[in-house]
Design a protein. Structure first.
Length: 195
């Protein structure tokens, strides 16, 4: 009986290994059907974009990934485009790239890529929410329209007041001076007597 059990276990192990190998082959299948990986010029663009990204030249990497995508229309490149947009803080564009990828038909073996795209999408949405919060805080601390300044705090008001006061003082002095009776003229040969 133990010999029979041993043969059954061996058979189960062989079947499990055959299933694993066939699953691996099914997982590798989409790579050979990938339009970008079959095209040499697209492969060169990808290599250049990856090198630019590693050197933190994200703008250059973004443009190169976009060229590779326009050449091949390989949907997975949208995730790379979105990542470069995210690193450049183009959050709205990154979100659109991730969503465009996630809207494409599922392919066998792309579950990991989809999970990564979803993670990046959530990170991007969090950054967008932070930006909106900061913008709301900035607009709430500064009044939308400043209250008009009262008239007494304007420079021209005090200039007019100063002019009116100076004119009034000068007019008063002139009026007082003009209303005084004039003294009789003293002859030149008159002598002054103190009492």
């Amino acid at each position: 009986m133990s010999n029979h059990l041993w043969k059954n276990n061996l058979l189960i192990i062989y079947m499990a290994m055959a299933l694993l190998v066939s699953a691996r082959m099914a997982h590798a299948q989409p790579l050979t059907d990938d339009p970008c990986l079959r095209d040499v010029s697209c492969q060169r663009l990808l290599a250049r974009a990856q090198a630019s990204s590693q050197e933190q030249r994200y703008e250059e990497a973004l443009v190169t990934y976009q060229k590779a995508y326009s050449l091949s229309q390989a949907s997975w490149i949208l995730v790379n485009i979105g990542r470069m947009q995210h690193k450049l803080t183009y959050y709205q564009e990154a979100k659109q790239s991730y969503l465009r990828y996630l809207e494409t038909p599922r392919l066998p073996g792309d579950d990991e890529q989809r999970t990564t795209a979803l993670d990046f999408l959530h990170q991007t949405e969090a950054e967008l929410a932070k930006q909106q919060t900061v913008m709301m805080m900035a607009t709430s601390t500064v009044p939308a329209t400043a209250a008009p300044r009262p008239v007494y705090k304007k420079w021209w008001f005090w200039t007019i007041i100063g002019g009116v006061v100076a004119g009034g003082v000068a007019g008063t002095i002139a009026g007082v001076y003009a209303s005084k009776p004039s003294l009789p003229a003293v002859p030149a040969d008159a002598q002054f007597h103190p009492f």
